[in-house]
Design a protein around this ligand. Structure first.
Ligand code: FAD
Ligand code: NAP
Length: 549
């Protein structure tokens, strides 16, 4: 079993660790802390970027900020950390979150075990030794008994799948890899493609400074106001005074967000006037809580329609030009079936004279040209084009690594019809390979910090348990995996999530299998299941001694 000095296996590799972690976002950082500082294992992190923070390291676009209130979207594992850190805004912005990630790295002295600017190219399981052999793009080789993929669900940015991309001779930006130091758009003519959360935040923030902004929208998105502002001292005080109770409540809740305050009643059981009042109250409060106004909004189309009508009226009330308002109104999918956007004056920007909207369903992009964008209707010339076109979500970062398990089985091939996991944590045929917030877990449907901590703690406890029992290998059984995948699909099938072409379903990536990837069952229920599995001697997993352990 691994000890502080390394796995001790004979190998030609230059570097030997007990555990290798890929990715230094919040998941990889906390994983390193647990394995190294709490358990005394030798652990090393490989990170493609030049710093910690993952999402918040890369996505530096103007206006990037959380859609979950700051104190809720933060680590809970250290009371001292929580008490020492003060968020300044209700919804913190990217620079502050990145500062927080760096503060965590400093506080727990994480950097000394992280190799930055180091992208992992392959992870191969060696059956003879029971070790994972990791190769980096710059040729480093390292082995470890355990390999933990903390590669992120929204870290594999899509490359523009638009004809002519690359021909444009002006400035080109992607929200997901925004340059450090920012960009000056003052008085420039800017085109932006994409109206998901990244696009919406960017559009809202740059609209006042650009000379002209043309928004190319394929599918309109539902967006609700954040009502952001300075975080009131009394809120921080209350949070810290009740942190233990609040954190427990988060962990046992549906999606790990207390501000949601879900109501149990069914939409149409509530009199119309009270229903409207509830929607109004939640719209005024801001954020995701509108989507939790009633219990059946995510499952009953008639209930969902009530909320669609409410938000449609709001858009009409804000956007002065009725035609633009109509184009900005989603009509092809239920509200909430794609992640709601949380904005700060998004619809209002379309009342500015320098902002216009191109509906790509009416006039599709034909090509990107050397000077701009050509739609079926006309040419637009720009100084800069911004791509806010999203990610190959949940499986993309893993798919970009050559991962091979028993018998040389490639994860890419095993997942050719969609991801297969047991609990979103492990994959049969891939012993000792753990996924943090992998497909099949609540993951992106939740407050990710809550889900990350739960997974990291489960993985750390599992590795410790194996060590205490002189065991060295854990692997999901094919039967447990199949049952779990069937359960994940069954729960999703009963929801309205299936009715949108969302990235949850892989629908945003041409050729990707249409499978609902995250687990809709809720973080509390899911946590109980994971704990129960562990308590029942890791039911659904096979535990063993590796050949040379
Ligand atoms: P990441 O932060 O994505 O980190 C993964 C790291 O792995 C990256 O640094 C990447 O460089 C590295 N990596 C990947 N592949 C390799 C490789 N082959 N070799 C080496 N390194 C590799 N979630 C919320 O709950 N609330 C929010 O408000 C919210 N806002 C978001 C805003 C944006 C713009 C985006 C894109 C996502 C947002 N998310 C939000 C989701 C967010 O990804 C998670 O909250 C969280 O930050 C994920 O942390 P992570 O460590 O799991 O992954
Ligand atoms: P996204 O939601 O997938 O949005 C991508 C946008 O680009 C969509 O409008 C999409 O249109 C459009 N698009 C993609 N390819 C296109 C093409 N070839 N031509 C024209 N349009 C194209 O991606 P995202 O905005 O980066 O957000 C992804 C997720 O990250 C969010 O759902 C959220 O979970 C997280 N996030 C959160 C925040 C936050 O508020 N904290 C901010 C940013 C991101 P279609 O819809 O028609 O495909």
């Amino acid at each position: 079993m691994p000890g502080a000095k390394g796995a001790g296996a004979e190998s030609a590799a230059a570097e030997i660790y007990d555990a290798i972690i890929v990715g230094a976002g919040f998941a990889g950082m906390y994983m390193l802390h647990r394995l190294r500082d709490d358990m005394g294992l030798s652990a090393h992190v490989f990170e493609a970027g030049s710093g910690v923070g993952g999402t918040w390291f890369w996505n530096r676009y103007p206006g990037a900020r959380v859609d979950i209130e700051s104190q809720e979207y933060s680590f809970s594992f250290s009371e001292e950390l929580e008490k020492d850190w003060h968020w300044t805004e209700r919804y913190s912005a990217q620079p502050e979150i990145l500062k927080y990630a760096n503060h965590v790295a400093d506080r727990f002295d994480l950097r000394r075990d992280i190799s930055f600017n180091t992208r992992v190219a392959s992870a191969i399981y060696e059956e003879a030794t029971g070790l994972w052999r990791i190769t980096t793009e710059d040729g480093r080789i390292a082995t470890a008994r355990f390999c933990i993929m903390a590669t992120g669900c929204l870290s594999a940015a899509k490359t523009p799948d638009i004809p002519g991309a690359g021909q444009f001779e002006g400035e080109t930006y992607s929200t997901a890899t925004w340059p450090t130091g920012g960009v000056d758009f003052k008085d420039k003519k800017v085109g932006i493609i994409g109206t998901g959360s990244s696009g919406i935040q960017t559009i809202t923030t740059i609209a006042p400074e650009v000379g002209e902004l043309v928004v190319f929208q394929r599918t309109p998105n539902f967006s609700v106001p954040a009502h952001n502002g300075p975080l009131k001292p009394e809120i921080t005080r209350d949070w810290l005074n009740h942190r233990e109770a609040y954190r427990k409540e988060q962990r046992e809740s549906g999606v790990g967000i207390l501000a949601l305050q879900p109501r149990e009643e069914l939409t149409l059981d509530v009199p119309e006037q009270e229903r409207e009042q509830e929607f109004e109250m939640r719209w005024a409060k801001g954020g995701f809580c509108l989507g939790a106004a009633f219990a059946d909004l995510g499952i009953d189309p008639a209930a969902n329609n009530e909320l669609v009508s409410f938000v449609t009226e709001k858009i009409r009330g804000i956007v002065k030009d009725p035609e633009t308002a109509d184009r900005l109104t989603p009509k092809t999918y239920p509200i909430g079936a794609k992640r709601l956007c949380v904005d700060t004056g998004y619809f209002e920007v379309y009342n500015q004279d320098n902002v216009s909207l191109v509906d790509l369903t009416a006039t599709p992009i034909e090509t990107i040209t050397s000077t701009g964008i050509r739609t079926s209707e006309r040419d637009y010339d720009f100084d800069a084009i911004i791509f806010a076109i999203g990610f190959d979500a949940m499986t993309g970062a893993l798919d970009r690594i050559d991962i091979r398990g028993r018998g040389g089985l490639r994860l890419h091939d095993k997942w050719s019809a969609g991801p297969l996991t047991y609990l979103g944590l492990m994959v049969s045929g891939f012993p000792n390979l753990f996924l943090v917030t992998g497909p099949g877990s609540p993951s992106v449907l939740s407050n990710m910090l809550v889900s990350i901590e739960q997974h990291v703690d489960w993985i750390a406890d599992c590795i410790q348990n194996l060590g205490q029992r002189q065991l060295s290998t854990i692997e999901a059984t094919p039967a447990a995996e199949s049952e779990w995948v069937a359960h994940v699909n069954e729960v999703a099938a009963g929801t309205l999530y299936m009715q949108a072409n969302s990235w949850y379903l892989g629908a945003n990536v041409p050729g990707k299998p249409r499978v609902f990837m995250p687990y809709v069952g809720g973080v509390g229920v899911y946590r109980e299941k994971c704990d129960e599995v562990a308590a029942n001697d890791y039911e659904g997993f096979e535990l063993a001694r590796a050949p040379d352990a």
